[in-house]
Design a protein around this ligand. Structure first.
Ligand SMILES: NC(=O)c1ccc[n+]([C@@H]2O[C@H](COP(=O)([O-])OP(=O)(O)OC[C@H]3O[C@@H](n4cnc5c(N)ncnc54)[C@H](O)[C@@H]3O)[C@@H](O)[C@H]2O)c1
Length: 255
């Protein structure tokens, strides 16, 4: 019996990185998982690999900034699998790596569109079947930079503060329906987003990597380190946990 046996889940941004690691852990623990992403090749390849042992994964090309696409994709999941138990709002972009006085309104809006509006839209449509079922678990991705500051990507960090507060508010709004909403706060985890932050860091890539190694007392993170914490929050093991912030950062924010 898996820790998510027979649960139906959506993981946004599940085609690669932490999202893909989460999809894999969920399937290993008995869930069926719908991957929502804009990366068609990666998403289809992951779903095909997981489906070698049965119908456990699907891929939908969904831009989470499109209300029409999100609504249709969530409806397709509930039509295919009959219910929806878990939403992981993982998809995000870093956007431009410039200080606030150089960021254009368009650049600011783009990061908020994906990271904040996308999280809102997926929650808006996924929570409806959960309200009917009177159960569900939503995990929103914040970051260590939803808790503390750093001298890079100001719009991205602002979105991560926003997703933390969305989690707390939604936890209050949906608790009467038996729906839990929690936030994870990863530290530096070796994925494309992390490398993009490094490559565009104003003081240079090596300075970023040195700074991050120095700031993580244990080590830098691997995608499965975060996926295991998302799994806990998504599962019934966390049935009394809502509105919480689970920091997964190798000790970065303890200092
Ligand atoms: N990697 C880190 O160091 C780190 C640290 C803190 C927080 N996080 C957070 O973890 C989450 C996962 O990040 P990652 O490191 O795996 O990054 P990643 O770039 O590897 O993966 C992000 C995924 O989101 C998808 N995506 C982007 N825009 C989309 C859109 N409009 N619609 C649908 N999908 C979209 C991408 O295609 C990609 O598959 C993000 O929320 C990120 O902010 C990551």
């Amino acid at each position: 019996m898996g820790r998510l046996q027979d649960k139906i889940a959506i993981v946004t941004g599940g085609a690669r990185g932490i999202g893909a690691a989460t999809v894999r852990r969920f399937v290993e623990e008995g869930a069926r998982v719908a991957i929502f992403d804009v990366l068609v090749d990666d998403g289809e390849a992951l779903a095909a690999e997981l489906n070698r042992d049965g119908d456990v994964a699907s891929f939908s090309k969904v831009d989470i900034t499109s209300e029409r696409e999100v609504e249709a994709a969530v409806a397709a999941v509930t039509a295919k699998w009959g219910r929806l138990d878990i939403l992981v709002n993982n998809a995000a972009i870093t956007g431009v790596n410039k200080f606030a006085h150089e960021v254009t309104v368009e650049e600011w809006d783009r990061v908020f569109d994906v990271n904040v509006k996308g999280t809102f839209l997926c929650t808006k449509y996924a929570v409806r079947p959960m309200m009917e079922q009177r159960s569900g678990s939503i995990v929103n991705f914040s970051s260590i930079y939803g808790l503390i500051g750093n001298d890079d990507v100001p719009p991205y960090h602002a979105t991560k503060g926003a997703t933390l507060m969305m989690s707390k508010t939604d936890a209050m709004c949906y608790a009467p329906y038996g729906i839990r909403v929690n936030a994870v706060h990863p530290g530096s985890t070796m994925t494309e987003i992390f490398m993009k932050c490094a490559e565009t860091y104003p003081k240079g890539k090596q300075a970023y990597l040195d700074m991050m190694k120095e700031k993580h007392p244990l080590r830098l993170g691997e995608p499965v380190d975060v996926a295991n914490c998302v799994l806990f929050l998504a599962s019934e093991e966390a049935r009394f946990v809502t509105g919480a912030s689970l920091v997964v950062d190798g000790g970065y924010t303890t200092q």
